[in-house]
Design a protein around this ligand. Sequence first.
Ligand code: SAH
Ligand code: SF4
Ligand code: F3S
Length: 440
Amino acid sequence: KFYIETYGCAMNFSDTEIIASVLNNAGFSSTDDFTGADLILINTCSIRDNAEQKVRKRLTDFRVLKKANPGKLIGVLGCMAERLKSKFLDEEKIVDLVVGPDAYRDLPKLIASADEGEKGVNVLLSREETYADISPVRLNSNGVSAFISITRGCNNMCSFCVVPFTRGRERSREAHSIVAEAKHLFNQGYREVTLLGQNVDSYLWKNEEGDKQVNFAQLLEMVALVNPMLRVRFSTSHPKDLTDDVLFAIIKHHNICNHIHLPVQSGSSSVLERMNRTYDRDWYMERINRIKELIPDCGISTDMIIGFCGEKEEDHLQTVSMMEYVKYNLAYVYKYSERPGTYAAKQFADNVSEEIKSRRLSEIVDLQRRMQQEENIKEVGKEFEVLAEGFSKRSDEFLSGRNSQSKMVIFPKMNFKKGDYVNVRIVSITSATLIGEVIN
Ligand code: SAH
Ligand code: SF4
Ligand code: F3S
């Protein structure tokens, strides 16, 4: 029996479904209770120091179990395994397996040798691996929405980011295997897929002969055509690569959701340059203007890094003004965390004090909260199609789901069930959710 715990981004959660499939095929079954498992796996994230600290802390919980039951195997998978490689075995004595993101097919073999007492390490990165033929096991699914990985790795070199080191070169998965997976999900009752990649807009698949290719806008349309009742979402878009063709695909197909996650990272051109994001403030604003012109009701969300090397007060104010300009649906805001081996770690001093980082972070978070509230109030009276994803957290008399723009909506259950599309009129709001009444 194996138990697996996942940290980090959606890509990692999607990988866990691949891992589960590999292990099922090798005769393992999954359990939700780590104390009863023979094999304990932790799929890890390295994006910020605190992500790694969380994993270290969790390993101390497993240490107690391992002491009492030395026969149990403990494996570290994912980005932290890739970053630390076999050093992990020296640092954490209880670990038996260290397996990077491109080596999951090798798990059964590594487990077998670990069972014989030999520690198993495979952290080879691949230029080809996309796990296209592996049918993910949807472990913790709500049965309505699912992730589909379309690319792996990343070819950008944002100076702060560890991902190119932990996940290797970018590669695109064969288009027809993506469409087939979407069809399969729809037939099983799923009503929403999210196409995943570190930079989905750079998706480009070519056939072996090299006479056919599919870009991201084309792939979106292929998936949208699977069924009009299947919602299509995607993440993450990169401002330098988001094309008008993607926007046209969104307009053309009702089931491609009107939501774009377009991380800005900073509103200041000089910070963006040091980040090596390869766009500046004006470029980003032009992309926003184009989205708003073509898809006026498009939800836009972002990631931001606060206190990057050399960030001055005037840079911070530029980030504030960018937020006021765009009016994001949602913003994930992080303090800069220096990652060993990155360009920024080698070339720039992490010279914004912890105190200033914290102050700027809370200014941004407060501003976002205020603006989100103001924007949500404007939704009262509007009507949306909501895909019911399950019961609301507070009560079984209510269902919750998202509108096309990805805003959470809660509404009376009546005779609806998860997986239904429900037309809802918004009647009030709480801090982060819209509350609606059913109109069909
Ligand atoms: N591929 C996506 C982001 C992947 S990582 C993109 O390009 O937008 C998710 C987010 O983590 C990033 O958008 C960034 O805001 C944040 N992040 C990445 N490295 C970081 C670091 N060293 N410190 C703090 N936040 C970081
Ligand atoms: Fe990291 Fe930049 Fe790639 Fe995103 S695009 S994963 S931030 S290197
Ligand atoms: Fe973390 Fe790796 Fe994702 S570093 S954010 S799990 S790609």
